[in-house]
Ligand binder design. Structure first.
Ligand code: NIG
Ligand code: FE
Length: 405
């Protein structure tokens, strides 16, 4: 048995379990005067030191002195494009000189540029790149991450990406949840109808590894009817549906998501009020990606309306080479607080418990007895400082399945 005692933290801060809406989001459990006792990767007891001391001695537990530091759940990044070859520094330079994301995409840059580089990269190269990125994410407190394909756009490279995710999941402490995003874009060499047929043919193979299937539902990519057809076939193949929706245009993707009973809709920068009400009547997670709004200088998702109307709000990074080259969920939290009207407790719930819900995980995202011990020990006594003192990494130590990583 392995045992770990996190001794005398200034605060232990956790959202309640479940898919949190409205006032539940800010109803965090904040305790001081307690320690966290972990055995075999699971939280056993949260109690004062004097109640745990003798047991920790008997178990020969490792001890981390957390005095003056707050402890929060490990962060769950439920939307990333972690695996890709090459980079888009040139696109970034064009954009900072005034070109838009859509202009760059129509002129040979954008997703197509990354597809070419990802097809050319070997599996080992992709894995090395992703491994380094994962180390960065872990150092900043991310202990679980969803990872999408979508830079292959052919059966061979899409499967290569899924295999990289699977192998990395076995080798790296961060838990990875694979998503098949064959419908990220249409490869330049193919007609869209032919490519959709090819995506459908890929589904059974993809479903051997992927838990979710995603579609970029957007003008110029896949419309709502095409998205529905792909996701319906994906569900039959054994994957749960989710969508990139309402990033640049509102083109019926929310309706498609409701019809298909999607697990989540992600982006939502141009979400309309009636679409928010529609989502509030469902169990669909509303994943907002403020890093994209910062990076592309586009609108922020209407977080306040999403929360006030009773939707299930979530925050994620959308780490990818074209629209957000940042892995920091601490920065996401700060942006949500500073630019979207989200309070600090709400933002914490959105990157932990509600993000776990968006990935259909029920053992991470909270600090409770019986839950997996994925924790971040912050370098500050008040957890709110990590949003306030922004652009810094406040992770003093990261615990994954009860081990210091
Ligand atoms: O989530 N919106 C579509 N896909 C990514 C961007 C991909 C890229 O530009 O490489 C996103 O923002
Ligand atoms: Fe994305």
């Amino acid at each position: 048995m392995t045992a770990l005692l996190i001794k005398n933290p200034a605060q232990i801060v956790s959202p309640r379990p479940g898919s949190l809406r409205g006032p539940e989001l800010k109803d965090l459990h904040v305790s001081s005067g307690n320690c966290i006792y972990i055995t075999d990767g699971v939280i056993q007891t949260i109690a004062p030191f004097k109640e745990l001391e003798s047991r920790a001695q008997v178990d020969n537990a490792a001890v981390i002195d957390a005095s003056g530091k707050a402890v929060v759940p490990g962060f769950v990044d439920c939307h990333t494009h972690l695996i890709f070859g090459g980079d888009r520094t040139d696109d970034f330079a064009l954009r900072t000189a005034g070109a838009s994301y859509e202009e760059i995409a129509t002129n040979g840059g954008g997703i197509a540029r990354t597809v070419t580089a990802t097809r050319a990269a070997s599996k080992a190269e992709l894995k090395d790149l992703a491994h380094m990125r994962l180390n960065r994410a872990l150092r900043q407190g991310t202990t679980t991450m969803e990872v999408k394909t979508g830079y292959g756009l052919n059966p061979e490279t899409e499967m290569k990406m899924l295999e990289v995710i699977k192998e990395l999941n076995d080798e790296h402490p961060v838990d990875l949840i694979p998503t098949f995003l064959g419908a990220h874009s249409v490869p330049s060499s193919m007609e869209k109808t032919d490519y959709i047929a090819q995506i459908k043919a890929m589904l059974p193979e993809a479903a051997r590894i992927a838990k979710f299937c995603d579609v970029f539902c957007e003008q110029g990519y896949f419309n709502s009817a095409e998205s529905f057809v792909i996701l319906e076939a994906a569900r039959k193949a054994g994957m749960l549906p989710r969508l990139h929706a309402n990033q640049f245009h509102s083109v019926g993707c929310i309706e498609a998501a409701v019809d298909i009973e999607a697990v989540s809709v992600d982006h939502l920068e141009v979400l309309k009020l009636d679409e928010i009400s529609r989502l509030a009547d469902t169990d669909i997670a509303c994943v907002m990606l403020p890093g994209v709004s910062l990076f592309l200088d586009i609108a922020f998702a209407p977080a306040r309306e999403i929360i006030n109307d009773g939707c299930i709000p979530v925050l994620a990074s959308d780490f990818n080479p074209g629209s957000n080259m940042s892995l920091s969920l601490q920065l996401v939290m700060s942006l949500a607080c500073m630019r979207m009207g989200v309070s600090v407790p709400e933002a914490l719930a959105c990157i932990t418990q509600n993000a776990a819900y968006a990935l259909r995980l029920d053992n991470v995202g909270c600090i409770e007895t019986g839950w997996q011990a994925d924790l971040v020990i912050l370098d500050c006594a008040d957890y709110r400082e990590m949003a306030y003192f922004y652009g810094e990494n406040h992770a003093y130590a990261v615990i994954k399945k009860g081990a210091l990583v």
